[in-house]
Write a protein that binds this ligand. Structure first.
Ligand code: NAP
Length: 252
């Protein structure tokens, strides 16, 4: 995908986990990448790990003025061609213990944060020759369920409902919007869960391993490329086949 060279890319939640993998893949294609997150130390560490083409701008995506300022700063050095709305939180809470505050927090981050990021990037994406938005949704919610993640799954499914109307509105400006749906991905957080947990999760996946953050990045990079210019309002599941088996016996 040579079309990503010299593109200006913003990755919200690009300081850790999947977002850092997305940023690394774009930087590898020769793009200039702005990563956004709240924690200064993680942002500076990611800048150092990912190299010269990657710059950190601190912001909380839940705060409209904050994320707008960070995106304006990124746009000042060459506009914005690609927004990866990836920032998200994944706390677990069963129905009986799910508080109003926990519900509001996850919707504020995963949905309102996505909207604020898109609204801030939009004037710049409109000026791009090939404006692209790629959302990080999940298999959890749109396709599968997992105990403790009813609120999380609701946000990830809602992202896709949002995307389908946004795709129609944005088409006028020649901007595409698509989503990746990762399965279980080996992030820094997940790798601390221990071998037993990771082996158990891997056993549920037909390819018998968890995904890497870079593998999500490659799918995002494809959707952001000029080669994917006729794809909008669509999803790519990146899960090693995890959503396919009809029963545990199907994996034997
Ligand atoms: P992670 O390792 O915890 O990273 C989350 C990133 O988002 C960090 O950079 C974090 O930085 C940032 N972030 C969180 N809240 C933010 C806020 N209010 N404002 C700005 N940045 C914020 O999580 P992850 O597992 O990579 O998840 C990333 C995305 O992938 C999420 O949307 C998640 O739903 C999705 N996903 C993950 C998996 C998986 O297996 N890991 C599977 C499917 C989908 P700060 O905390 O410093 O702000």
């Amino acid at each position: 995908m040579t079309s990503l060279k010299n593109k200006s890319v913003v990755v919200t939640g690009g300081t850790k986990g999947i977002g850092k993998g997305i940023a690394r893949v774009f930087a590898g294609h020769g793009a200039r990448v702005c990563i956004i997150g709240r924690t200064e130390t993680d942002g500076r560490n990611a800048e150092r790990d990912l190299g010269g083409g990657v710059k950190f701008n601190q912001a909380d995506v839940c705060k409209k003025e904050d994320v707008t300022r960070a995106i304006e700063t990124a746009a000042a050095s060459g506009g914005i061609d690609v927004l990866c709305a990836n920032a998200g939180i994944l706390p677990q809470a069963r129905l009986e213990e799910l508080t109003e505050a926990a519900w509001d927090e996850i919707f504020a981050t995963n949905l309102k944060g996505m909207l604020f990021s898109i609204q801030a990037a939009l004037p710049h994406l409109k000026k791009s020759a090939a404006g692209r938005i790629v959302l990080t949704s999940s298999i959890t919610g749109p396709i599968t369920g997992y105990p403790g993640w009813s609120h999380y799954g609701a946000t990830k499914a809602a992202m896709l409902g949002f995307m389908r109307t946004a795709a129609i509105e944005l088409a006028k400006s020649k901007i595409t919007i698509n989503a990746v749906l990762p399965g279980n991905v080996l992030t820094e957080g997940l790798s601390q869960m221990g071998k037993e947990y990771l082996d158990g999760m891997s056993a549920a996946v037909p390819l018998r391993r968890l995904g890497t953050v870079d593998e999500i990045g490659h799918a995002v990079a494809f959707l952001a490329s000029e080669e994917a210019g006729y794809i909008t309002g669509q999803t790519i599941v990146v899960d090693g086949g995890q959503t396919l088996p009809e029963s545990p016996q199907a994996l034997e």
